[in-house]
Design a protein around this ligand. Structure first.
Ligand code: MN
Length: 232
């Protein structure tokens, strides 16, 4: 083993329901513009293909507890999404084999600095400032396929302080999960430990310090986080 000059960062992981073993996270891929109603609320072009971007792995926040209101934004948005966790991968995975690579599923949040997204879009700038900031990827425990089966329908539901803000069936995704995996693998060699945020339905909005955020999907472990004081 190499002798590092600095303390090496710890492997980021997620809990697995019904197991003491952990899921080591390698990369976080995200799909944008994957529900028509959300594209319409964002006034985006309905004919564009869904967007692919990444978040840094250390943006993961596990279930529960506070996440600070981030620096460098005044319009901090939630996007509740179904998260797919991969046990294997490769390049150019055919759509009809894609589901064989799924380890399990979780609910998660693609937290977004919406003010900077507008600026990035307008100026054609990269998305790290809007999507890839610290603690921007809360993800709940992973439920293995052996417990929940392959998911092709079911409702993603999200509430703030008990008030429902998002509720949509994943069958409304423009790109289905097997298509997402296949398309991603045309661009990247997917690997065990990769997770994919599959896009948010309509109903996105801003949250502030003190808000309690609940993500839910029938058959999966729910996730709750609370927005804490501004990061310092
Ligand atoms: Mn998203």
């Amino acid at each position: 083993m190499a002798a590092y000059a600095l303390t090496a960062p710890a492997q980021v992981h997620l809990d697995i329901t019904g197991s003491d073993e952990k899921f080591p996270v390698r990369r976080i891929y995200c799909i944008g513009k994957n529900y028509l109603a959300h594209i319409r609320e964002m006034n985006a072009d309905e004919r564009d293909p869904p967007v692919i971007f990444m978040k840094p792995t250390d943006a993961i926040v596990k279930n529960g507890g506070d996440i600070p209101y981030p620096v460098f934004t005044n319009n901090y948005h939630y996007e509740c999404e179904l998260v797919v966790a991969l046990k294997s991968g490769g390049y150019n995975i055919p759509e009809d084999e894609a589901e064989d690579h799924i380890f399990g599923y979780a609910v998660g949040l693609d937290m977004t600095r919406r003010d900077h997204q507008a600026e990035a879009l307008a100026k054609g700038l990269p998305w790290e400032v809007t999507k890839g900031f610290d603690q921007s990827a809360p993800v709940g425990p992973i439920t293995p396929v052996s417990d929940c089966g392959i998911l092709r329908s079911g409702h993603v539901r999200f509430s703030v302080n008990g008030q429902v803000k998002q509720d949509a069936d994943i069958s409304l995704m423009i790109w289905k999960i097997n298509e997402i995996i296949s398309k991603l693998s045309e661009q990247h060699r997917l690997m065990p430990g990769d997770i994919i945020m599959t896009g948010t339905p309509a109903g996105v909005g801003a949250v502030v310090t003190g808000d309690v955020l609940d993500c839910h999907f029938d058959g999966l472990q729910p996730m709750q986080v609370r927005i804490g004081a501004k990061a310092a």
